[in-house]
Write a protein that binds this ligand. Structure first.
Ligand SMILES: Nc1ncnc2c1ncn2[C@@H]1O[C@H](COP(=O)(O)OP(=O)(O)OP(=O)(O)O)[C@@H](O)[C@H]1O
Ligand SMILES: [Mg+2]
Length: 342
């Protein structure tokens, strides 16, 4: 049984019975309940009285006590002293430790400690939910790539094969026709190459390896600006010493943040800054749009794994996401730890 750390003034429990005195349940911040072997409540500490006012009257019929005597019987028959279980009551979750003791005078006591773990369990559930959504998003991404490979590359190669077969059959024909067919086939190869290039680019921008983060971001901003007609000012810096994971993380942040600006912000201008301090690298995407409402990303279920995913990526690398938003616009900053090297 656990002992509270609280300090006890000498003599303050002069009238308590020895079993209580051993563990000071009066001081325990958790609800402590004692039952006799008939399932009647023999003792409630102040927290238990407060939290479960009906417990005294209802005894083992109280929802918090459901099935408790079965647990006690099990402890007794197996000669064990305690068991843990989890009980939900009134929108709260309690980790219950059920303790059984047979005293030398043959009285038997059952003591139940109730530790409120609602906040922990909710956090765990939120984490599970997030993990599930990340896995779903990965699956969706795979499905998209598989669909695109099938539809774009697969169809194009099939068409190319048909063209080449025709060419083989018509090889003796008029060279003009052969040349025209060949030109078609070459065009088809170019289109397919471009589509595969775009697909690969989505998965990992090759420019990151070839050009480094700064030029890749600048490129991306310019292409994005011309595609969406959103003016974007890019203010970069040459930054060395970042590893692959850090670079891709900052690149994805800019991708997601600018996509959000284009889709949600109704902005007329965006700026992207890449900056380094002594110990950190930050990328900041700001817009002059309408701002994010309260609790972005969790207002409607199923909406918004973009920002959550970015936050996760940053935190996994020891960094953080900072978000400020008002009716004048939104600024999203991703910060990663990175020592600047001379
Ligand atoms: N720059 C912005 N301006 C205004 N609102 C924004 C901006 N960025 C995000 N939001 C709001 O925050 C929400 C959450 O953004 P998030 O990127 O997480 O999800 P999403 O863009 O809706 O969906 P997903 O990114 O998963 O495709 C958005 O739905 C939008 O309402
Ligand atoms: Mg988004």
């Amino acid at each position: 049984m656990t002992q509270p750390d609280n300090e006890v003034k000498p003599g303050s429990f002069a009238n308590a019975d020895p079993a209580h005195l051993a563990t000071f349940p009066e001081l325990n911040p958790n609800a402590v309940i004692e039952l006799d072997m008939n399932g009647r409540v023999a003792y409630l500490n102040p927290e238990a009285q407060n939290r479960f006012p009906l417990l005294l009257a209802e005894g083992v019929d109280h929802p918090l006590m459901e099935g408790i005597m079965t647990t006690v019987e099990m402890l007794r028959s197996e000669g064990r002293e305690s068991a843990s279980r989890e009980v939900e009551f009134a929108n709260a979750i309690f980790e219950q430790k059920v303790c059984y003791a047979a005293l030398p005078d043959e009285t038997e006591i059952v003591r139940v400690y109730n530790h409120d773990v609602t906040a922990n369990r909710r956090a765990e559930r939120a984490l599970h939910e997030l993990a599930r959504r990340v896995v779903d998003a990965q699956e969706e991404e795979r499905r998209r790539i598989s669909r695109e490979l099938h539809d774009e590359a697969g169809q194009a190669l099939a068409a190319l094969k048909i063209s080449l077969n025709l060419l083989r059959n018509d090889a003796d024909d008029n060279p003009e026709i052969v040349r025209a067919n060949l030109t078609d086939a070459i065009n088809l190869v170019d289109v397919t190459r471009e589509r595969i290039r775009m697909l690969a680019h989505d998965l990992r921008p090759p420019a990151l390896d070839a050009l480094g983060l700064n030029d890749t971001l600048e490129d991306f901003c310019m292409t994005f600006a011309s595609r969406t007609r959103l003016p974007i000012e890019y203010r970069g810096a040459e930054i060395s010493g970042l590893d692959d994971a850090q670079e891709i993380c900052l690149y994805r942040l800019v991708q997601e943040a600018l996509t959000n600006v284009a889709v949600h912000a109704n902005a007329t201008q965006a700026t992207v800054d890449l900056v380094r301090s002594e110990s950190e690298v930050a990328v900041r995407v700001a817009d002059n749009g309408i701002g994010i409402g309260p609790e972005p990303g969790i207002r409607k279920t199923g909406e918004g794994i973009g920002l959550m995913g970015i936050r996760e990526r940053l935190e996994m690398l020891g960094g953080r996401l900072e978000l400020t938003s008002s009716e004048q616009g939104t600024t999203l900053t991703g910060v990663l730890p990175s020592e600047s090297r001379p």
